[in-house]
Design a protein around this ligand. Structure first.
Ligand code: ADP
Ligand code: MG
Length: 621
């Protein structure tokens, strides 16, 4: 497998001049920018000494506010204050509307474009534009602190992000005036931050429980190379859910049952979040909500959040299984994300893996720090230093549609990227001059159960008999996880290709559902695949026999023979709708046997025709 070389050729730094590069953790809840300064890689602080920038954007009529002030205003101006915009990145209007039921925003209702827009006092804003405000704030902070223009940034994304979500993140960076050196998976950044490449070989689990998302990644380390073996997680699980659990408890205790308006809801969630965070360092905390006062103990809190921790552990087991290693083989566990400060989260993870997780680096900062280390290397500042190789994986299998509506996987899920795989296909019909390439993503056998990513056509295939053309289809996924597909007819060299940029991405729920489906329905699928294949074969046979009858039936067959063949053809046609794989297979065999003699006679006669008029000597030459 090809390894990605991070140090880019031709990007050597000028002597005595360091190229300014930063790492950015663009989080659902919080964002940070980090850089190397005086030999130490650390997050950069704002004027008030704060390193964490809450990922909140508030639109005023005449200006935009980003960060803490915006977060605080969320309760008073919920419609113009956008939080957790990362959840909307690269999503279509349909996906967002589903999520939107829990969100207080006004989305554009027209399906004029696939892009969702949020109506604000400054007009409609897309998730890409909103994220760009956060990135621009961090860029300005970095340029002010470092004293110069940035050559670029490494921006981290969840391992789960698909093409559309990665593309949306890149677009946001471009809007913010940032040159993206690379998108880096968050867990990989965390591993880089801990310098695990300098440790002994082993398998590392990265457990990242942030504000809105949970990611688990299993990496293998050997000789300074990270290989991502598997990723998994749950993008509907995070600190927010812990807040909701506490808020629900508060409402129950306070005896409040009526629906809260969005503002009141946020005020309550803020109280709950505050209590949760204080509980990480205390055995019990006082809570005041409206005119209710009460105490929440660590014990009660642990019981409230137990189901959520259990869900995360289930994802961990699954990812370990996917990666083909045993739990005992995991030699280090890295904790990432603010929610891993919760003591019962730490102890549950320690119990699962049978070892204490690494928590030395601030779990809020670890991803940005890793990204900054990576950015330094990409900017060409540590040449001569250790070379860093990083590998990531694709979350869902990529493939294309073949005859019979089947999904042919070209790159299986969890394959490390960058990767290029090619497979050869051929034409189905004589003289076929074009071929439709339908690119799909998913684990199921039938294309109807997979997600369509793109279609394109290869035209200008020279006319040949069916099966003679050789069309090589190449799938290529670059280091950022973006897919391009090309098709080339090898004889003539005609070529067509496409860069896959879906207008909107898969929701993580969809990814999870597609994976679950594929496991549950593996048996159904095998049957469906066998049936489709049998049908394609049967149809092909019927067409071939029909063509042969039309060409040579009169000449080479007796009336009886012809009738017998037509009878078997009729039988086979009658079975095509039956779903009965075995019967279709049996009848296909019968038809092909009964036509054997006919085929032999045709072959004979063509050979004779070819030989007619030629002398034996010519042939033996
Ligand atoms: P994201 O990656 O989603 O931006 P972060 O890693 O910044 O998220 O984590 C934010 C989450 O961490 C929030 O839900 C926040 O309440 C939670 N958090 C921060 N500090 C603590 C703490 N001391 N105890 C428990 N949770 C915390
Ligand atoms: Mg995070």
């Amino acid at each position: 497998m090809a390894l990605l070389q991070i140090a880019e050729p031709g990007q050597s730094p000028q002597p005595h001049q360091r190229r300014l590069a930063v790492g950015i953790d663009l989080g659902t809840t919080n964002s940070l920018v980090a850089a190397l300064r005086s030999g130490v890689t650390a997050p950069l602080a704002d004027d008030e000494g704060q390193v964490i920038l809450p990922s909140a954007v508030r639109y005023h009529a005449d200006r935009v506010e980003v960060g803490r002030a915006a977060r605080q205003a969320a309760a008073v101006d919920p419609l113009n204050t956008i939080i957790s915009v990362k959840r909307l990145m690269g999503r279509g209007l349909g996906d967002v509307k589903q999520l939107g039921e829990q969100l207080p925003y006004r989305f554009n209702s027209e399906g004029e474009s696939q892009m969702p827009y949020i109506e604000t006092v400054q007009g409609p804003k897309s998730p890409v534009e909103i994220s760009a405000e956060i990135l621009a704030t961090l860029r300005q902070r970095a340029e002010a602190t470092l004293g110069g223009e940035l050559v670029g940034a490494v921006i981290t994304v969840p391992a789960y992000f698909d093409d559309a979500q990665r593309q949306a993140t890149k677009d946001a960076a471009r809007l913010a005036g940032l040159n993206v050196l690379r998108l880096l998976n968050e867990p990989t950044a965390a591993a880089v931050a801990y310098g695990l490449d300098r440790q002994a070989e082993g398998v590392v689990a990265i457990y990242d429980l942030g504000g809105g998302t949970f990611d688990i990644s299993i990496l293998r380390l050997s000789k300074g190379v990270f290989e991502v073996l598997a990723t998994g997680g749950d993008t509907a699980l995070g600190g927010d859910d812990l807040d909701h659990a506490v808020a629900g408890w508060v409402l129950a205790q306070a005896g409040v049952s009526e629906n809260l308006d969005p503002g009141a809801q946020r005020a309550l969630l803020k109280v709950a979040c505050d209590a949760k965070e204080r509980l990480s360092d205390a055995d019990a905390v006082e809570i005041a909500y409206a005119d209710w006062r009460g105490t929440l103990s660590r014990e009660t809190f642990d019981a409230l959040i137990e189901p959520m921790i259990a869900r995360s552990l289930k994802s961990c087991r699954r990812a370990v299984r996917d990666s083909g290693v045993e739990l005992e083989e995991v030699t280090a566990v890295v904790m990432v994300g603010g929610s891993t400060r919760v003591p019962s989260v730490r102890s549950a993870v320690a119990r699962l893996f049978g070892r204490e997780p690494l928590t030395d680096i601030d779990p809020d900062e670890v991803v940005a720090i890793g990204a900054a280390i990576q950015a330094e290397t990409l900017a060409g500042n540590n040449r001569g230093g250790e070379e860093l190789l990083l590998l990531d994986v694709i979350p869902l299998s990529l493939g294309l549609e073949t005859m019979g509506g089947l999904m042919e996987k070209i790159i299986p899920r969890n394959t490390t990227i960058p990767v290029a795989r090619a497979q050869d296909f051929t034409t189905y019909k004589d003289g076929q001059s074009a071929m439709m390439i339908h690119v799909l993503q998913g684990e199921r056998e039938l294309i109807a159960d997979c997600r369509s990513l793109a279609r394109f056509e290869l035209r200008g295939i020279p006319p040949m008999v069916a099966g003679a053309a050789k069309i090589r289809v190449t799938f290529q996924v670059d280091a950022d996880g973006l897919l391009s597909v090309s098709a080339r007819e090898l004889g003539s060299g005609v070529e067509a290709s496409i860069q896959v940029k879906p207008s909107y991405g898969l929701t993580d729920g969809e990814i999870a559902r597609m994976l679950e489906d594929s496991f549950r329905k593996a048996d159904d699928d095998r049957h469906a695949r066998a049936l489709r294949e049998q049908l394609v074969d049967a149809q092909r046979l019927l067409e071939a026999v029909e063509a042969a009858l039309a060409a040579d039936g009169e000449r080479l067959l007796s009336g009886e023979e012809r009738e017998a063949i037509e009878l078997q053809m009729g039988e086979l046609r009658g079975l095509l709708d039956s779903q009965d794989v075995t019967a279709i297979e049996r009848q296909s065999k019968r038809l092909s046997q009964i036509t054997d003699a006919f085929a032999a006679r045709r072959l004979d006669s063509t050979v004779k025709a070819a030989l007619a008029g030629r002398r034996l000597n010519d042939i033996e030459d």
